[in-house]
Design a protein around this ligand. Structure first.
Ligand SMILES: [Fe+2]
Length: 304
């Protein structure tokens, strides 16, 4: 089965105009379609029609999507998810605009995961023939692409088993509650390719959203992003630092509705024969903020 990557995050926002200012003028995503109640956006280095959907009316996540390699993968996912014990739903091409046929799987942690093989490809401004390295008209952070997301829900164990046993993801890192045998799984970071993670799940209230993350080129871009946010008067949720978990370099902040965003770079290359790293909750501070070795006030308490 060929899940290539996370394809989109669909989130709710309190005020579409405020959200547009954040995602377009601060993060630098391109709006590709605007309707009365939704805005579809993509990063400059993404070919597909959109990777972010903003929907008027609240806060938190509606659904998230994964792009698979082949249409035939959809039948396999539908069949294997049912055999695993999860309920599924077919969504016809175009019901989610500019995406093909989808299979929606209701995950054990209260989230909906949508799988699709085709999307309208808009391409990128620099093209594919002798391209320049990046567009020169980027706005502020100029985020190239959606990298991963972290979702909150109670049943991390079964969600992890679905992703590893059915979808073929690998757990790059796991957080368990304590050193004791059989300690509950508190979080898992899962990879479907060579990135340190494509999605992560954290134990907590079902159906809650922790963050979506945008990949930047390097550490300088992460600190530039934080500078831009400070210039714009944002409060930083986590000032630029390194995660011990995945070794990625990171900064956290909130969109105007209270959905957490991350800008991120680095991390190691993942291969299926790389052993899974295990963390214990007493070292969460080091895992989250490697330099301060403390858990920021909001990490385990503010979800959308
Ligand atoms: Fe992240």
């Amino acid at each position: 089965m060929g899940v290539m990557r996370m394809g989109f995050c669909h989130v709710k926002v309190m005020d579409l105009a405020e959200a547009r200012d954040h995602y377009v003028n601060v993060l630098g995503l391109y709006p590709t379609l605007e309707t009365d109640d939704k805005i579809y956006l993509k990063g400059w280095d993404e070919w597909d029609h959109h990777s972010v959907v903003l929907e008027q009316g609240g806060v938190g996540v509606v659904s998230h999507g994964y792009k698979v390699r082949h249409e035939s993968d959809l039948e396999d996912i539908e069949h294997n998810a049912s055999a695993f014990g999860l309920s599924t739903q077919r969504i016809s091409a175009g019901e989610h605009v500019e995406l093909g046929d989808m299979v929606r799987v209701h995950l054990p942690n209260g989230h909906d995961a949508d799988f699709y093989a085709t999307a309208t490809q808009l391409g990128v401004e620099v093209g594919v023939h002798n391209p320049d390295s990046f567009p020169t008209d980027l706005r502020n952070i100029g985020a190239p692409l959606l990298d991963h997301a972290l979702f909150v829900g109670d049943d991390v164990e079964t969600t992890e088993r679905f992703f590893t046993e059915v979808l073929g993801f690998y757990a790059s890192e796991r957080m368990i509650a304590s050193h004791e045998d059989g300690a509950p799984l508190m979080a898992t970071w899962l990879s479907t390719g060579n990135k340190s993670h494509d999605v992560a799940f954290l134990k907590g209230p079902d159906g809650k959203f922790h963050h979506m993350s945008f990949a930047l080129k390097d550490w300088a871009k992460v600190t530039d992003a934080a500078d831009i946010l400070v210039h714009r008067g944002y409060d930083m949720d986590l000032a630029p630092t390194r995660h011990g978990i995945t070794r990625g370099e990171t900064t956290y902040f909130f969109d105007p509705s209270g959905n957490r965003n991350e800008t991120f770079c680095g991390g190691y290359l993942m291969y299926p024969d790389r052993p899974t790293i295990t963390w214990t909750m007493d070292e969460l501070g080091k895992g989250l903020d490697y330099y301060k070795r403390e858990v920021s006030g909001t990490f385990l308490s503010v979800f959308s």
